[in-house]
Design a protein around this ligand. Structure first.
Ligand code: FAD
Ligand code: SIN
Length: 420
């Protein structure tokens, strides 16, 4: 049996932030269990950045309004307020941990723009923001003596009353998880003395065409569902409007920041079709642009549309060096011509229902990040609000857990995993 004080499932921005915040605020031992290599996560592939009110020309009211509009009337306003008000401080925390974000020549943060945002407010590291966030958090975790990371282990089931030898407890609680060691193919019992954090991300891989890496199979959401936790808004799967359409490419994302920087969408006849769909054109919220592209493809019987930034060639190369290099692999030079794109499944707006401190319906089970449904996204997440949500709510969950007092945990006898 593997034993720890706090068990964290997942090593993306949500899981790592929670692990750090718990370890730094207490004497608890934290074990992070993750499916593959520790950096393999949606977080690691994030491009555009993290939304936050970081400039004097911006305001909390504007960010809240943009989030509520993008969410199509289904966001929980209390959760949105928490997200927006606490966001800037969490971005600064990341900077204190060593994250390096792109700056203007004067040293202020370079703030990008994306669909649905009324102003420039996206903090980013060129077009590789997620890599920088993941690197920063993993470095901090590696330096912390009370956090351990176990790679290549899959949580396959959460442990609850029905897995105990003596079923004495009345409330539904979570005591850990059964985890499959992918190398030995053995299932171990991982017991958490105090709490379990579900930070296993979304389920983009349910779709054939997804921007998500292969880890995103919704494991945490289904495990929580099987335990009886409420799950909500799973019908709101966000499709990103622009993933690369090229022979042999696995739905590589072309960040919305390309449109924010001036990129335009054209059909194969060279018409700027967004004028027919929304007055905000290419910078309408993501669901509107994705549906417009889908409608255009169906109407015209075409396989893809075009995203053109070649009229801003210096900017294209300077601000999106990774996308420039990736497209060249497919003989597409973004400084000379348009990029063929199609929508692809991108983000799970729904998930395990939590309160504003990451608590689920199950005692001792927290959830945050893309696996959670905090209420901030409604029917459609505003661009770059996801990394922000991970940072804000992971910290709140850690605070909640530590503030709880953490008396001695009662011993429990857990049945070993039964292969049959
Ligand atoms: P993840 O980062 O996906 O981490 C989940 C972790 O759980 C992984 O470590 C995984 O291995 C592990 N895991 C899964 N199942 C199990 C299991 N059964 N057992 C053990 N471990 C498990 N959002 C933004 O805000 N800004 C952006 O610019 C942005 N760009 C994006 C670009 C791309 C290509 C993608 C795919 C997403 C982007 N997003 C962006 C969304 C954002 O990256 C994610 O929503 C966010 O990073 C989710 O963080 P997380 O920690 O909840 O999940
Ligand atoms: C992107 O860079 O377009 C993705 C941003 C996001 O998913 O928030």
């Amino acid at each position: 049996m593997i034993k720890t004080d706090v068990l964290v499932l997942g090593s993306g921005s949500a899981g790592l932030t929670f692990a750090l915040e718990v370890a730094e605020r207490s004497k608890l031992k934290v074990l992070v269990i993750t499916k593959k290599d520790r950096s393999e996560s949606n977080t690691n592939y994030a491009q555009g950045g993290i939304a936050g009110v970081m400039a004097p020309f911006d305001s909390f009211e504007a960010h809240i309004r943009d989030t509520l509009i993008a969410g199509a009337g289904l966001c929980h306003e209390d959760a949105v307020k928490v997200l927006v008000h606490e966001g800037p401080e969490r971005i600064r925390d990341l900077m204190h941990r060593g994250a390096s974000f792109t700056k203007n020549t004067g040293g202020t943060l370079h703030l990008g723009k994306e669909g649905g945002h009324s102003t420039n407010r996206i903090v980013h590291t060129k077009d590789l923001t997620g890599k920088e966030v993941e690197r920063t958090l993993l470095d901090a975790v590696a330096a912390h003596p009370r956090i351990k990371v176990l790679e290549n282990h899959y949580a396959v089931e959460l442990i609850s009353e029905h897995n105990l030898l003596k079923r004495s407890r009345k409330t539904r609680s979570c005591y850990g998880a059964y985890v499959l060691d992918d190398l030995t193919k053995k299932v171990h019992t991982a017991f958490a003395r105090h709490a379990v954090m579900l930070a296993t991300g979304g389920c983009g891989q349910v779709y054939m065409h997804s921007t998500n890496p292969q880890i995103a199979t919704g494991d945490g959401i289904s495990m929580a569902y099987r335990l009886g936790a409420r799950i909500a808004n799973m019908e709101f799967v966000q499709f990103h409007p622009t993933s690369l359409y090229a022979e042999g490419s696995r739905s590589y994302l072309i960040t919305e920041a390309v449109r924010g920087a001036g990129g335009i969408l054209l059909n194969l006849a060279g018409e700027r079709f967004m004028v027919d769909y929304d007055e905000r054109l290419e910078l309408a919220p993501r669901d509107i642009v994705a549906r417009a592209i889908d409608a255009e493809l169906k109407k015209r019987g075409e396989s893809h549309v075009l995203l053109d930034i070649s009229h801003l060639r210096d900017k294209a190369r300077k601000e999106f060096p990774n996308i420039y290099a990736k497209c060249l692999e497919y003989n597409i030079d973004i400084t000379k011509g348009p990029i063929p794109v199609v929508p692809a499944a991108h983000y799970s707006c729904g998930g395990v229902v939590t309160d504003l401190n990451g608590r689920t319906d199950i005692a001792r089970l927290y959830c945050c990040g893309e696996a959670a449904m905090t209420g901030v996204h409604g029917a459609n997440r505003l661009a770059s609000n996801s990394l922000l949500e991970s940072l804000v709510f992971a910290r709140r969950a850690a605070q909640d857990l530590v503030a709880d007092g953490l008396g001695p945990s009662a011993p429990v006898d857990i049945r070993p995993w039964d292969d049959s």
